[in-house]
Ligand binder design. Structure first.
Ligand SMILES: Nc1ncnc2c1ncn2[C@@H]1O[C@H](COP(=O)(O)OP(=O)(O)OP(=O)(O)O)[C@@H](O)[C@H]1O
Ligand SMILES: [Mg+2]
Length: 410
């Protein structure tokens, strides 16, 4: 490798939440959020949803500076399973998130006279930190929701209302929120009730939730008013034009030793299906291989077979390994349904199984298995009662498994 290449680092970033070298497309979503951030009374909250690796987290990241520019404070984090298990934990999470953005603001000044003297006065400046929020919260009697509502009202009463637009509460991986009737813990309902209530009091605290496609149906199931409370944006794969940009733009800079030829770009779009994670993954691999070969004078080709195998190992194999034999049979049947990349029904699966399996599936068995595959994060049920794969390009991976088993290679 010559010194120019040695200095050059591969620009592509396959990963979770890693900002891509060039964020392609997503302009309509961005503009939509810009419009929603102009609200003074919150009538619309935001949901960004879509399959794994489609770019929810990085889009959320790019909304942060937009919101700040428009005068919003930005609070929030990932909602991991553990945070979202009980109402109390969720409430603590929210208080911690608020404190992180308000503890640098001086929210009250009180004047005290020195003991025994008429003067001088001492001015006490009080930052709105976690201890104050927690102390206030603890003092309020009643249910967690009453305590949280009251604390949020308290926060707003202390903020410089004319100087800021409000607070955005941005929660990634929000599909982890669930109510647990058996444990009598309802953190999801708590979040919805509390925000609905404070928004009705014209307090500009807005929710921006990000998560897998199970998120919105879950919210609606918990509180039907969620349907009216949220503006849902479904992120899909990038279209042809935006995929091209995601692939070509990062290497257009002058110092890049190799540019992609048009046919290579076309092939990468095909293999990736326009899914952002796959674009980053494939481009990174192609670029690494090419950089390694550049000095040998070889004409670079795309090592497709190897890349797809690596993708199968890195991305799909772990998920596939978790499925039982019978679940895999069902998944194989689904992968052969012509419209499986869009959505499919129980009936289509039952019909497909009758044709291809010696031991077919009944409707009720199919229903049961779809629900366990849903819990495993492989399938989800959409709001119209139909099903879809929850992992992008899973059907192609499964068909590769079928071909391998029957001796046909990729
Ligand atoms: N618009 C885009 N253009 C180019 N690359 C993108 C784009 N959006 C996302 N990516 C890349 O795709 C990968 C996945 O992005 P991200 O982690 O944001 O997806 P996600 O939807 O949050 O995934 P998950 O469901 O697993 O949380 C990252 O490597 C990121 O750099
Ligand atoms: Mg994410």
């Amino acid at each position: 490798m010559n010194s120019r290449n040695a200095r050059f680092t591969n620009p592509f970033r396959p990963g979770a939440g890693h900002m891509p070298p060039y964020l392609a497309g997503r302009t309509s979503e961005y503009e939509e959020v810009r419009r929603i951030l102009d609200q003074t009374i919150i009538l619309e909250n935001v949901i960004l949803t879509g399959l794994r690796g489609v770019g929810k987290t990085v889009l959320l990241e790019t909304l942060k500076p937009l919101a700040r520019e428009k005068g919003w404070l930005w609070a929030g984090t990932d909602l991991s399973e553990s945070t979202s298990v009980t109402e109390e934990r969720l409430a603590t999470r929210i208080l911690v998130d608020i404190a992180l953005v308000t503890s640098s603001l001086v929210v009250s000044e009180s004047k005290q006279l020195e003991l025994g003297y008429a003067r001088p006065e001492r001015v006490i400046r009080q930052p709105l930190n976690y201890d104050i929020l927690q102390a206030y919260y603890d003092k309020i009697p009643g249910l967690t929701s009453d305590k949280l509502k009251s604390t949020l009202e308290f926060v707003w009463s202390l903020l410089p209302q004319t100087a800021i637009s409000g607070i955005v509460f941005a929660y990634d991986e929000a599909q982890n929120l669930s109510d647990h009737a058996k444990k009598e813990e309802y953190p999801l309902s708590l979040l919805l009730d509390v925000f609905q209530s404070i928004q009705r009091k014209n307090i500009p605290f807005m929710l921006v939730l990000t998560g897998l496609p199970t998120l919105f149906p879950k919210l609606v199931e918990s509180r039907t008013y969620s349907e009216r409370m949220f503006h849902v944006m479904f992120l899909s794969q990038l279209d042809e034009h935006d995929s091209r940009e995601a692939i070509a733009r990062p290497v257009e800079r002058a110092e890049c030793p190799i540019q992609f030829a048009d046919r290579t770009v076309r092939r990468i779009i095909e293999i990736s299906g326009g899914y952002p994670y796959f674009i980053q993954f494939i481009c990174r691999e192609v670029y690494d291989v090419w950089l390694a070969k550049i000095d040998s004078g070889e004409i670079p080709s795309v090592p497709e077979r190897e890349i797809v195998q690596k993708l199968d190992g890195d991305f799909f194999a772990g998920r596939w390994a978790k499925a039982t034999d019978r679940q895999r049979e069902l998944l194989k049947v689904i992968s052969l349904i012509p419209n499986c990349d869009d959505e499919f029904t129980v009936q289509e699966i039952v019909n497909g199984a009758k044709e291809s399996l010696e031991k077919p599936f009944s409707s009720s068995h199919t229903n049961q298995m779809l629900s366990s595959l849903g819990e495993a994060g492989l399938i989800y049920r959409n709001r119209h009662g139909k099903y879809s794969f929850a992992v992008p390009l899973l059907s192609r991976f499964i068909r590769r498994q079928i071909n391998e088993a029957s001796g046909l290679s990729y």
